[in-house]
Design a protein. Structure first.
Length: 178
């Protein structure tokens, strides 16, 4: 498992709240490592960066022919707060744009620790709670992701059944397969 995936899982465990909608590797009108919508309908975006180059490359991302961070700075994206999650001390607070927050992570023998070093400012206070198109889009994305998981599971199950049938048909001895 990639380091960024481990960090994502650990961070999701830390912020898990059944009143929120949290989606890793989410693509809306832009890509985000973690999408989080609070019960207040405020949207938080988290970008996990594991190297300085990865951090610097985030500022080169463009959407709709406009730089992502220019859009964040000018309140043109739907997220209300934006955070970077980076290894402890990889990025200093003064390197973080004024509109962004910073969370350090560190691996300890007891698991991953996350510490908010700089709180993100509210980019705007608009909410998506009256935007039916957004809610429909969000639900469709979640349903499609679940369908893909189900489809992959069914495919694996079918392949396993075919393999078992092949082994039995050819009288092969394979321990612990079924």
């Amino acid at each position: 498992m990639k380091l960024s995936d481990k960090i994502t899982r650990s961070f999701l465990d830390k912020i898990k709240n059944w009143n929120e909608i949290i989606i890793p590797n989410f693509y809306f009108s832009w890509e985000m490592d973690i999408f989080r919508m609070l019960p207040s309908w405020y949207i938080y975006e988290y970008e996990i960066k594991i190297s300085r180059a990865d951090f610097k490359n985030d500022f080169k991302k463009t959407y709709w022919n406009t730089n992502k961070h220019e859009q964040l700075k000018n309140w043109k994206l739907d997220c209300n707060r934006f955070y970077f999650i980076v290894p402890k001390d990889l990025i200093k607070i003064n390197e973080i744009p004024e509109y962004a927050g910073l969370i350090y992570f560190d691996e300890t023998p007891k698991g991953w620790l996350f510490k908010t070093v700089k709180n993100a400012k509210f980019l705007h206070k608009e909410k998506k709670n009256k935007d039916f198109k957004f809610i429909k889009y969000l639900l469709t994305k979640i349903a499609y992701r679940e369908y893909l998981k189900w489809y992959a599971w069914r495919k694996l199950k079918h392949e396993k059944e075919q393999l078992i049938e092949f082994i039995k048909k050819n009288n092969l001895k394979v321990p612990y397969l079924y």
